[in-house]
Design a protein around this ligand. Structure first.
Ligand code: PMP
Length: 305
C-alpha cells in the first residue's frame, strides 16, 4: 500500500489526497494514452533533501508527451516547480515522485478529441523497489516469454502508460514462477531491459549495456555509465545475447525505483559467485554517495528542495 501524503498536485492546484479522484470515463483509464515519470528525492548527508536529475525527468516527460500528441497545458518550469512544491507541502524529505499526464473525460472512442489533458503530481515514501535484501544481496531474474515492444508497435523511448501492460505481463509471469524480476528480449531475441529497469553485464572487468534502440533511455543508466567511466571502467553500448548474460561475471539492473540492484541468478544459472560482484558494489557505493550529495563533482545532478 502506498503511504498517503497530505496533498496531490492536480491540474495546478493542491487537493487533499483522498479528494484527488477522476471520472470513470477518464480517457487514459480506458485506452492507456498518457505519459508518466518516476523520480526520486533523497535525504542528503547534510540533512537537506535533493531530487536526483529532476530536469532530465521533466524533459523526458515532455518529450514523451510530444511523441504522444499530448499537449501539456503547463510549461516545463511549472511542472518542475509543482514537483518541488508538492514535496514541500507534504513535508517529505525523501521518497518517490510520480508526475502523470493523462487525458480526461469527455469524448469516448479512440480519438481523444478535445478532452482536457490533465496533470497530476503525487509523492510518497518508497524504499528499495526490489527489496532491501535484493539491493544488498542480489535478486533472482528470469527471461520472460513476453518480448519487449517492437519499435514500430509502441514508442519504446517514452514512458507511455499503455507500454507498461507488456511489462506487467512479464513481471506477473516471472513472479508467479517465484522470481523477483523479468528480463525482456527484443524482437530479434537480444537482451533488452527488465520490466522497469535497464540492464548491465560485467565480464572480465568490462561493462556492457544494450544500446538505446528499443529501450527506455534510463536516467539511472546514463548516470551509471557516467559514474562508471569516471571510475575508469570501460562501458560499451552493445547488444548481447542470452548466453552472454548467463556467462557474465556480474549482472545488475538500474532504475529510479530499483536504483542499482544486483542480479545473482538468471534462469537458474548462478551469476558469478552468486552475490554482488566488485564492480556492482563499487557503482552502488558511488551512486548512493552521489544521490545523497556527498560527491561534489556530481552536484549538477541535484535539485535541493
Ligand atoms: N526501463 C523501463 C521500461 C522503465 O520503466 C524504467 C523506469 N523508469 C527504466 C528502464 C529505468 O529508467 P530510469 O533510470 O530513468 O528510471
Amino acid at each position: 500500500m502506498v503511504e498517503k501524503a497530505k496533498k496531490i498536485w492536480l491540474d495546478g492546484k493542491f487537493v487533499d489526497w483522498d479528494a484527488a479522484s477522476v471520472h470513470i470515463l477518464t480517457h487514459t483509464l480506458h485506452y492507456g494514452l498518457g505519459v508518466f515519470e518516476g523520480i526520486r528525492c533523497y535525504l542528503c548527508a547534510d540533512g537537506r533533501s535533493a531530487i536526483f536529475r529532476l530536469r532530465e525527468h521533466v524533459d523526458r516527460l515532455f518529450e514523451g508527451a510530444h511523441v504522444m500528441f499530448l499537449n501539456i497545458p503547463f510549461t516545463r518550469e511549472e511542472i518542475l516547480g509543482g514537483i518541488l512544491e508538492t514535496l514541500r507541502v507534504n513535508g517529505q524529505k525523501a521518497g518517490y515522485i510520480r508526475p502523470l499526464v493523462f487525458i480526461g473525460d469527455g469524448a469516448m472512442g479512440l480519438h481523444p478529441q478535445n478532452n482536457q489533458v490533465r496533470v497530476a503530481i503525487v509523492t510518497w515514501p518508497w524504499g528499495a523497489y526490489l527489496g532491501e535484501e535484493g539491493l544488498a544481496k542480489g535478486i533472482r531474474a528470469k527471461v520472460s516469454s513476453h518480448i519487449r515492444h517492437h519499435v514500430n508497435i509502441m514508442m519504446t523511448k517514452t514512458k507511455t502508460c499503455g507500454n507498461y501492460v507488456n511489462s506487467i505481463l512479464a513481471k506477473l509471469e516471472v513472479t508467479k514462477d517465484g522470481y523477483d524480476e523479468a528480463i525482456m528480449l527484443d524482437t530479434e531475441g537480444y537482451v533488452c531491459e527488465a520490466s522497469g529497469e535497464n540492464i548491465f553485464i560485467v565480464r572480465h572487468g568490462r561493462m556492457k549495456t544494450p544500446p538505446l534502440t528499443s529501450i527506455l533511455p534510463g536516467i539511472t543508466r546514463d548516470s551509471v555509465m557516467t559514474i562508471a567511466r569516471d571510475q575508469g571502467f570501460v562501458v560499451e553500448e552493445q547488444r548481447f545475447s542470452r548466453d552472454e548474460l548467463y556467462m557474465a561475471d556480474e549482472v545488475f539492473f538500474t532504475g529510479t525505483a530499483a536504483e542499482i540492484t544486483p542480479v545473482r541468478e538468471v534462469d537458474r544459472r548462478t551469476i558469478g559467485q552468486g552475490q554482488p560482484g566488485p564492480v556492482t558494489r563499487k557503482l552502488q557505493e558511488v551512486f548512493f554517495q552521489v544521490v545523497k550529495g556527498s560527491r561534489p563533482e556530481y552536484q549538477q545532478w541535484l535539485t535541493y528542495v
